[in-house]
Ligand binder design. Structure first.
Ligand code: PLP
Length: 619
């Protein structure tokens, strides 16, 4: 529906304010009148707005710059060089007015439902419908009726009731034939219509209406603003949309972490030592796994995992392409070839069992899987395939701290599990990670590889457990440290509580988004225990993901993409000749997935705000 807002007047009755500010920009509460009107029109189903400007048009345009996006409205401007009156201005936009439209003053503050008004008008068969408000006019004097100079009646302080025009009209486009290309005001038009036997009708509106003509009215409007917001169902927060910032993720940190880190600093032992050992022990206990080693990130853990399993040049390792590049890079570090497998389906973004089976060759040595978004893969089936084909299984559990598959903690089911404690992860230490295994002989190799292939650590020697060391293999400096481990211990204590909180948020998203046709929610019927690391949604083909992301961003909502497929990165394309179309499901997700804000400290109001915005954009 279309509305024309008259915003070109000089507002002479509100001088001196209107010497500086055009009346539609005068603030009522924290918003200019015209913005309240735009919000109200949008809420009443109007999408196309023409603002007719004249006096101080630059200020109006400048102030409303961005209002189209903020309120999701199509806003056009029509400027009068010469004042054309309240109706004459329509002559400049004849071509735009090919459906019934509302014409209204840009300073009309009322709680009228413009949608209802439009429905009434259409039903009435009127060429013009004038909104009317009942107004008692009280004269504070005794008045007389005269016949010449003879007094024939005396009325003390009379009170009369009139129906006054509210400055809001609905027209059929046919009315334009009575609108000349010159100045014309509304009363003149009404007279012309009546003279030509056109149907002109009234719409009586009894609720709140205020004509902000004079200073008293303006002050009254400011007093009434809360009442108006309430009646219009406008949450004041909506006005502050642009100030709202909902990040994609956030960390639950408090004094306990600060204290733990401070204690490490005070101890003056910052590199790997007792706090790291304690963290490893607690992590082992939490996971119910025999061995755990703190490393400086999950990429290092993945590299060590492939290295200690003997993956080398000439070998192939099957992994998903829909993951962070570190998963595949860690295979390359060992000189082996990552062989990608597609995802299972648009409901399950984890690696496809069928595609794993397709990709197995005599050169395949391992399957490196990712528990996407924290939803464990079908581990029974993967372990069976691995056993049948004598393959190792590496779990990239970067997303999956605290997730469980059939009672076992994700990351402890395969040969080696790798965890990330990067800033956005469920257990966060900024940078950090852990590598775990139940295999004792692998464990020893991991321990050595993590620290230059050395037999002892500085800490062991400090404790007096060793005097010197040997280097028995080529290793790396992938050690964790005390600051990370102090943070990690506190974060580990919070992990279950925070994962439960994530689940509540995901449940709310699913409940509210599951019926939107243009969205598919992967894992919405998932049966095992996820860690709910991220909240992915899949947009249908016809939705432009860029527009969707931009619109959310304009409303302060940060999103991300998980993931651009690895096989389509230039480096991988150039090195291995991968092409588009090789992994269709992965590529579709790569093009249409959007990750929504999810973190334990997000409040439900903010989640609802995200949901409302998504509904508004897609519905
Ligand atoms: C699936 C996956 N694997 C590996 C990594 C690498 O983790 P890190 O940053 O700790 O090296 C990430 C990090 O985001 C990841 O998401």
């Amino acid at each position: 529906m279309k509305a024309v807002i008259l915003a070109g007047g000089k507002g002479t009755r509100l001088r001196p304010f209107t010497y500086m500010i055009p009346k539609p920009l005068m603030p009522i509460g924290e918003q200019p009148i015209i913005e309240i009107i735009l919000n109200q029109l949008k809420n009443n189903g109007f999408n196309n707005i023409i603002i007719s400007t004249g006096y101080k048009e630059n200020l109006i345009r400048m102030f409303l710059n961005g209002a189209d996006k903020k309120y999701d409205l199509n806003i056009k401007y029509s400027n009068e060089d010469e004042p054309l009156g309240t109706v004459g201005s329509l002559s400049l936009i004849r071509n735009e007015l090919n459906e019934d439209f509302i014409l209204m003053n840009g300073d009309t503050l009322c709680t009228l439902n413009y949608n209802e008004l439009m429905k009434y008008h259409k039903k009435s068969g009127n060429m013009a419908t004038i909104t009317l408000h009942k107004k008692d006019i009280h004269i504070d004097f005794g008045i007389v009726k005269l016949n010449g100079v003879d007094i024939i009646d005396y009325i003390e302080k009379p009170r009369n009731t009139y129906f006054v025009s509210m400055g809001v009209y609905v027209f059929e486009p046919e009315v334009l034939k009575y609108v000349p290309d010159e100045k014309l005001d509304f009363p003149d038009l009404v007279k012309i219509l009546i003279k030509n036997n056109e149907k002109v009708g009234g719409y009586i509106f009894e609720d709140y209406w205020l004509d902000i003509g004079r200073l008293d009215d303006y002050m009254q409007a400011n007093e009434d603003i809360q009442l108006i917001y309430n009646k219009l169902g406008i949450n004041k927060e909506n006005f502050d949309k642009n100030d709202k910032k909902i990040p994609l993720s956030d960390i639950d940190l408090d004094n306990e972490e600060i204290e733990a880190v401070t204690n490490v600093l005070k101890s003056k032992w910052l590199s790997m030592g007792p706090v790291t050992e304690e963290f490893e022990n607690k992590f082992k206990e939490y996971l119910n796994v025999k061995n755990a080693y703190a490393v400086n990130n999950c990429t290092a853990a993945l590299h060590i995992a492939h290295k200690v399993l003997g993956i080398k040049e000439g070998d192939e390792v099957i992994c998903p392409s829909l993951t962070f590049v570190a998963t595949a890079n860690s295979i390359l570090y060992c000189g082996a070839k990552p062989v990608f497998a597609d995802i299972t389906s648009f409901d399950d973004f984890n690696i496809s069992l069928d595609d794993i089976l397709e990709k197995i060759t005599p050169k395949t040595k391992a399957i490196t899987l990712v528990h996407y978004a924290g939803y464990p893969c079908n581990m029974d089936a993967i372990m069976e395939i691995a056993e049948d084909h004598k393959l190792f299984v590496i779990e990239d559990a970067a997303h999956a701290s605290g997730a469980e598959y059939k009672g076992k903690i994700a990351g402890t089911i395969g040969d080696v599990g790798c965890f990330s404690f990067f800033s956005n992860k469920n257990l966060s230490t900024g940078e950090g990670g852990m590598i775990v295994t139940n295999n004792d002989s692998l464990s020893e190799k991991i321990r050595i590889t993590r620290s230059h292939g050395m037999t002892t650590l500085t800490w062991d020697r400090y404790k007096g457990h060793a005097r010197s060391y040997d280097v028995i293999d080529m290793g790396f400096n992938y050690r964790g440290n005390e600051i990370m481990s102090a943070l990690g211990q506190v974060q580990l204590k919070k992990l279950d509580k925070n994962n439960n909180r994530r689940k509540e948020i995901v449940d709310l998203y699913i409940k509210e988004l599951k019926n939107i046709k243009k969205i598919n929610l992967p894992f919405k019927d998932y049966k095992e225990k996820s860690s709910y690391h991220i909240m992915p949604i899949l947009l249908s083909k016809e939705v432009s993901r860029n527009d969707f992301i931009d619109k959310l961003k304009e409303n302060g909502i940060q999103t991300s993409i998980h993931y651009p497929p690895i096989h389509l990165f230039s480096y991988y394309k150039n090195k291995f000749g991968f092409k588009e179309g090789m992994f269709p499901k992965t590529e579709f997700v790569g093009e249409h997935e959007v990750t929504l804000p999810l973190y334990p400290t997000i409040n439900k109001e903010d989640v609802k705000y995200v949901i409302e915005n998504i509904k508004r954009i897609l519905e």
